[in-house]
Design a protein around this ligand. Structure first.
Ligand SMILES: Nc1ncnc2c1ncn2[C@@H]1O[C@H](COP(=O)(O)OP(=O)(O)O)[C@@H](O)[C@H]1O
Ligand SMILES: [Mg+2]
Length: 266
């Protein structure tokens, strides 16, 4: 590939006691590329995401961001490098306003005589612009607890765009969402690509993955078993592979019992 990769993980190992969660995985994410990461529960997907977003440190392996090897010891360090992670629950602080959530950790200030004080007015104005751009109709003055699941995802994605994230990681962002909200989140992910932002998208819903991703990677028991262009595969083929590899039964998308929701705790 001639252009520099947005993110490149090489030979990542991670164990928790006797559990070998990752056994030497590689993952590349090109600029503006949407990579779908799939695999059974316990395959190691979230562990890799936690490593890429600074929540966990790998036992071995390297991570390059924009072509440079980096060590990320905290989520703050990962965010400073342009890696934003959107989880179902952790994305927002419930008891503060939407505007304050959008500027969490990056608050705007103004001078008042010799004091530096929070500039709530500027944050509200900028927040409205951010949400308007994604056509999200959310009151920036309401506390985040009153936002629906889809709105929460949208707010987290807005923040990632506004602060120039290079890579947005979504770990099962659509699990608890209704149909309309899921469509909106999938639309927002497609919008990231248009802005040249890369995305790692984890979902149990294989149809969502094939609908929006450019490349699809499958993990089984902590190893990568598939890394293929979207055009080279299909939802049926991926589901068959998952069933064969993991021994689990995953029904086709749209069938009753299709695993739209994560069956176990994260
Ligand atoms: N903090 C932890 N402590 C102990 N075991 C963990 C921890 N995090 C993950 N694991 C284990 O690592 C394996 C991979 O988990 P995870 O990365 O969450 O898989 P996935 O997201 O693909 O479902 C599982 O066996 C899980 O139980
Ligand atoms: Mg997970």
């Amino acid at each position: 590939m001639s252009e520099t990769l947005a993110l490149s993980a090489r030979g990542i190992f991670k164990s928790f006691g006797s559990v070998r969660a990752l056994q030497g995985v590689d993952l590349d994410v090109g600029r503006g590329e949407i990579v779908g990461l799939i695999g059974d529960n316990g395959a190691g997907k979230s562990t890799l995401i936690k490593i890429l977003s600074g929540f966990e440190v790998p036992d071995a392996g390297t991570i390059a961001v924009n072509g440079q090897i980096r060590v990320m010891r905290s989520p703050k360090e990962a965010r400073a490098l342009g890696i934003e992670t959107v989880y179902q629950e952790q994305a927002l602080a419930d008891d503060v306003t939407v505007a304050r959530n959008l500027f969490m950790g990056k608050e705007l200030h103004r001078r008042l005589a010799f004091l530096k004080v929070l500039d709530d007015k500027a944050m509200r104005v900028e927040s409205k612009k951010m949400l308007d751009e994604l056509r999200l109709r959310v009151d920036v003055d309401q506390e985040a607890r009153f936002c629906s699941g889809g709105e929460r995802q949208g707010i987290a994605i807005s923040r990632a765009i506004y602060f120039n994230a290079r890579v947005v990681i979504l770990d099962e962002p659509t699990n608890a969402l209704g149909v309309v909200a899921v469509d909106r989140v999938l639309g927002l992910v497609a919008g990231l690509k248009e802005r040249g932002i890369s995305c790692i998208f984890i979902s149990h819903n294989i149809q969502h993955v094939v609908d929006i991703c450019d490349r699809i990677v499958m993990f089984v028991h902590g190893s990568k078993v598939l890394d293929t262009a979207r055009s080279e595969t299909s939802a049926d083929q991926l589901i068959a592979m998952l069933n064969a590899r993991s021994g689990a039964t995953i029904s086709a998308p749209g069938e009753p019992g299709a695993p739209d929701r994560h069956p176990g705790p994260e």
